[in-house]
Design a binder for this molecule. Structure first.
Ligand SMILES: Cc1cc2nc3c(=O)[nH]c(=O)nc-3n(C[C@H](O)[C@H](O)[C@H](O)COP(=O)(O)OP(=O)(O)OC[C@H]3O[C@@H](n4cnc5c(N)ncnc54)[C@H](O)[C@@H]3O)c2cc1C
Length: 301
């Protein structure tokens, strides 16, 4: 079996950008992706310089087309399920859902993150009516009546203060959390309505929100707004490979993508969830790929 220079797992902006750098550096690589990129639920990706307002699928297609120019790059549409480290030669065997096995010297993990919503029905409206990143979606929602849904006080305050920049017409829903007196007075000073009652469900059509129903049966009408999800890595590849993780959830790196494990690199949101940005993820992919190339160069020269 041929030994690859690097396998890149994840074809979001981080993995695509890493693949471009390594393809241009003439490295034999395989890029895996299973099309579960986090922004797949939205129609437009915004704020990526020269690509503002591009459909996420189109963005990926453009990235893949650019990789076609480099013959040492292969793309496989499959899920990586297991990585086994051979301790004798420090190579990795990568197993994927296409039932193939690949052997590589180096690995870049760029598999992103996914959201957990404290009210499951938020998922039905996420990306069309409800959003988590004001830098991505605030402009389109400017000056509209908006709802802010969060259930930890620091999330409520941070998100509401940010969103207030785009719209002053806000209703804050805490789903049962009682805010401190100080928080209430800060919000009321800005004429922001607060509803602390538990939410029963969200009601709407075809991904578009119409109203939110509380356990009492009362409803509040809002069509758009922002939520504060929590995040998780969608697989155990970081743990499988033994990479050190900080107690705050961030994978420990040298700042340019090298993890604590030799030959394992990481890029994009799977390293750290914040800031949430296509451009920053692409930049992290670029950095990790340069680290891979520098290490291969030093090891082989
Ligand atoms: C609703 C919404 C709207 C957003 N809008 C914007 C915006 O307008 N502008 C902006 O800058 N940012 C936006 N973002 C944030 C942006 O999507 C992320 O910052 C960015 O996608 C992170 O890039 P990434 O490469 O780290 O991960 P992702 O883009 O999530 O890519 C990870 C890739 O890894 C693949 N993968 C995962 N596990 C495996 C596996 N085991 N095997 C193979 N492949 C795997 C997935 O298929 C996926 O394609 C938005 C996010 C959401 C949720």
């Amino acid at each position: 079996m041929d030994v690859l220079d690097c396998i890149i797992i994840g074809g979001g902006p981080a993995g695509l950008s890493a693949s471009l750098v390594l393809g241009r550096a003439r490295r034999e690589i395989v890029l895996f992706d299973d099309k579960t990129n986090r922004n797949r639920v939205t129609d437009e990706a915004r704020g990526f310089l020269t690509r503002d307002r591009t459909n996420p699928q189109e963005f990926r297609e453009m990235g893949l087309q650019e990789l076609d120019n480099y013959p040492s790059v292969s793309y496989v549409n499959a899920t990586v399920t297991e990585i086994i480290k051979d301790t004798d030669n420090e190579r990795f065997t990568v197993k994927a859902s296409n039932k193939q096995e690949y052997v590589t010297e180096k690995i870049i993990l760029a598999t992103g993150i996914q959201e957990v919503f404290f009210i499951p029905s938020i998922r039905n409206y996420y990306g069309k009516s409800l959003f988590s990143c004001p830098y991505c979606d605030g402009w389109e929602q400017r000056d509209k009546p908006l709802v802010v849904i969060a259930e930890k006080e620091d999330h409520v305050m941070h998100l509401t203060k940010l969103i207030y920049n785009w719209s002053k017409d806000l209703v804050v829903l805490t789903n049962g959390l009682k805010l401190s007196k100080e928080a209430v007075s800060q919000l009321e000073r800005r004429k922001i309505k607060i509803i602390e009652e538990r939410i029963k469900t969200l009601i709407g059509n075809d991904g578009y929100l119409e109203k939110i129903e509380f356990e009492s049966g009362e409803t509040v009408k809002r069509s758009y707004g922002f939520v504060a999800p929590t995040y998780y890595r969608p697989n155990k590849l970081v743990e499988m490979l033994g990479c050190e993780i900080h107690e705050n959830g961030k994978v420990i790196t040298d700042g340019v993508g090298r993890t604590s494990e030799k030959n394992v690199y990481i890029a994009g949101e799977t390293e750290t969830a914040r800031p949430s940005s296509l451009m920053i993820s692409a930049a992290r992919g670029n950095k990790a790929a340069v680290s891979v190339n520098v290490d291969l160069t030093e090891e082989r020269f």
